[in-house]
Design a binder for this molecule. Structure first.
Ligand SMILES: *Cc1c(COP(=O)(O)O)cnc(C)c1O
Length: 436
């Protein structure tokens, strides 16, 4: 049926009685057929009111049903050149991580069973040895994310007491979330010291009192201070913390376990004397969302026993993926690090192939690490430039391709695409052009 006027539109029941719609109902159930029929009629009504023909209703119902059935959380091709893109799910997982997820999730696992002794075990025991090796710390614990790690550390070590932080480190992580607010939720009291640009050991020293439990250092992450700026080294803070009997917690944010720019590594932080370090699993570690806390065994144990630990614990998929990610670090097969470190000439070659396949033009551009790490680092990169009109249809396509619009052109940055993904992007461009 191709109704041209509102009065030609069938009722929902009549549409559901149509043979093609009945077929759809047999396959996907009453609810999907009904929702699709209603949506198709609503769209047809809109078109007719706007003076357009409503098109074939059965095809509309099928299209609406397909849209309803399509997963909402979807794979996307990241052509933005931002390697750790928080809006695009941060780190693409290493192959080893994907294998561990499938292996552990397809059946039961020894998540909380000690296979040797045949008694209840702890989910935290699986990752602790690898994290100890990675960080040089005595013990480690994995929770849901780094914000959770920080919350747990402060709740367990400083609830009802004071946490001393430099005014230069009270950062907003993103999407309006601020470290001081997370800190407040832990039940600890924030004591700010120093000024925005300069904080000295003396400032910390003066703020330390009987109520002080933790000296907190927060990595500046997504911004840098230049010019008249100063802050003590971690070593100086560690020696102050030792002298005064308080705990030094270092929130590292990105957790660059492999050296990258001036990002501090968890190992260096532990060596400099931090009692606990906290970092994310899905930033420069290149794994699943997770928060890792490593440090003194006695402190990690206090976190493990805290009630919030139960609310913040990592699930088996995260742990499986993290174990695979740590294994991938030993062999150097971590996508985030590969993308960050790829030679510009290789990125250019990919951009050239994509440009040849799509009739685009190769342009020089700058890619970024993202995820609140190395905000000043500019990664030389190359993109395929296409007409800006393709930006929206490519984003709405399957798979969605997300690039950046600059100077009235759509740029597909090839640093964050694999070779295979660049081919897929070329296919998407071709389909989009054919449909226009
Ligand atoms: C990113 C970041 C966090 C939050 O980490 P999530 O894993 O996103 O929860 C906390 N602190 C710092 C310094 C960060 O850079």
């Amino acid at each position: 049926m191709e109704p041209r006027a509102l009065r030609d539109l069938p009722s929902v029941d009549a549409l559901l009685a149509d043979a093609r719609v009945r077929e759809l109902e047999r396959e996907h159930g009453r609810e999907v057929a009904l929702a699709a029929a209603r949506a198709a009629l609503a769209r047809a009504r809109e078109e007719i009111r706007a003076g357009h023909p409503a098109g074939e209703l059965e095809a509309r119902v099928e299209a609406e049903a397909a849209a309803l059935l399509r997963p909402r959380l979807r794979r996307v091709l990241n052509a933005t050149g931002v390697v750790v893109h928080t809006n695009l799910g941060r780190a693409p997982l290493p192959k080893a991580a994907l294998q561990r997820i499938t292996e552990v999730a397809r059946g039961y696992s020894n998540l909380e069973l000690d296979l040797g002794a045949g008694v209840r075990g702890s989910r935290h025991d699986h990752l602790a040895p690898a994290l100890r090796r990675l960080t040089g710390a005595e013990d480690a614990l994995v929770v849901n994310n780094n914000a959770g790690a920080l919350l747990l550390a402060l709740a367990a070590l400083a609830e009802g007491r004071e946490v001393v932080v430099s005014r230069g480190e009270l950062i907003e992580i993103g999407d309006g979330f601020r470290i001081p607010d997370v800190l407040a939720r832990s039940g600890a009291r924030l004591v700010e010291v120093g000024t925005t640009n300069r904080t000295r050991v003396r400032d910390y020293e003066r703020a330390l009192g009987d109520a002080t439990a933790v000296l907190l250092r927060v990595h500046q992450s997504n911004f840098r201070m230049v010019g008249f700026a100063e802050r003590p080294s971690l070593r100086e803070l560690a020696s102050l913390a030792e002298r005064r009997g308080v705990v030094l917690v270092d929130d590292l944010g990105s957790g660059a376990v492999a050296p990258l720019g001036d990002e501090p590594s968890p190992r260096a932080s532990v060596e400099a004397g931090a009692h606990l370090v906290a970092f994310s699993g899905d930033k420069l570690l290149g794994g699943p969302q997770a928060g890792i806390v490593a440090g003194r065994a006695e402190l990690v144990e206090r976190l493990r026993r805290h009630p919030l630990q139960r609310a913040l614990r990592a699930d088996k998929l995260q742990l499986a993926a993290l174990e695979g990610t740590l294994a991938a670090h030993r062999t150097g097969a971590v996508p985030v690090l590969r993308m960050a470190g790829e030679a510009a000439a290789d990125v250019r070659a990919r951009a050239e192939r994509l440009a040849t396949a799509t009739g685009g033009e190769v342009v020089e551009t700058v890619a970024r690490i993202g995820g609140g790490a190395l905000p000043l680092a500019e990664l030389p990169s190359f993109a395929c430039a296409l007409p800006v009109e393709l930006a929206v249809p490519l984003r709405l396509g399957e798979p969605p391709v997300v690039g950046i619009v600059r100077d009235e052109r759509l740029l597909l940055d090839c640093r964050t695409l694999t070779d295979a993904e660049a081919d897929e992007a070329a296919g998407a461009v071709e389909r989009t052009r054919a449909e226009r």
